[in-house]
Structure formats: structure tokens, C-alpha cells
Design a protein. Structure first.
Length: 130
């Protein structure tokens, strides 16, 4: 059985909820739901900027787990406002226009922090030796 390799982002929610930012087992990496928070705790109001921040955190977690953006096979985006879909889609499209992972975008009633307009999860499958 493959060893579990845990990645932490330092989120204050990790120890209180009991989760890892990312988890690698063998050639698979799962990145937990990631909100758009800066290190100082601030959060911008713009949905596009929030999406970029989520992916910055996700990319750092993937890198620490030994994966890259090209290893992503699935994304899940949870929005609190349907009218943010275009801004979120634009950022997702910039990152994944050539990778084309399976993707889901749903509108939810709320997220953990009321400032968050988006939360993103990613699954990756590492190809080759890393």
C-alpha cells in the first residue's frame, strides 16, 4: 500500500476541521476545497481575483505533492453567485485550455467564510516518474 503524503498550507481550518490541503497516495493527488484567502487573512471581493488566488494556493499544494497543473484531471468549483460563472470560467480557461480536465461548476447557498464567492477542489494523476 502506498504511503500517504500530506501537504499543509497553514490554513487555520486545517487543524480545527482535521484535514490536509492536499493528500498524495501513489500517483494520485487530491486537493481539498480551497478558499481565496491571503496569508494575512484578507479576501478580495472580485470573483476573478478570488479564483486566481484559489488556484495559486492549489498550484503550490500540487507542487509540494510533486504534481503540476498538467497533471490535473478534475476540477470542482463551488460558486455562491451564478453571475460569477463568466469570471470564474475565464480564469479556469486560461489555466486549462490545453489540459482540458473534467470540470464541475455548481452554485451553492454559502461557503464557510461569507466573503468567499468561490471554493475549488482539484484531483491530479501524476504521469511519469516524480
Amino acid at each position: 500500500m502506498s504511503e500517504r503524503r500530506r501537504v499543509s498550507s497553514g490554513s487555520p481550518f486545517e487543524p480545527t476541521i482535521g484535514f490536509s490541503r492536499a493528500l498524495r497516495v501513489g500517483d494520485r493527488v487530491w486537493v481539498s476545497g480551497t478558499g481565496p484567502v491571503w496569508v494575512d487573512g484578507t479576501c478580495p471581493d472580485d470573483a476573478g481575483t478570488q479564483t486566481r488566488r484559489c488556484f495559486d494556493i492549489i498550484l503550490a499544494a500540487l507542487a509540494e505533492a510533486g504534481a503540476t497543473l498538467t497533471d490535473v484531471v478534475r476540477t470542482r468549483m463551488y460558486l455562491t453567485r451564478a453571475d460569477d460563472a463568466d469570471a470564474v470560467s475565464a480564469v479556469h480557461g486560461e489555466l486549462f485550455s490545453e489540459i482540458l480536465p473534467a470540470a464541475t461548476m455548481v452554485v451553492v447557498a454559502a461557503l464557510l467564510d461569507p466573503r468567499w464567492r468561490i471554493e475549488i477542489e482539484v484531483d491530479a494523476l501524476i504521469r511519469g516518474e516524480r
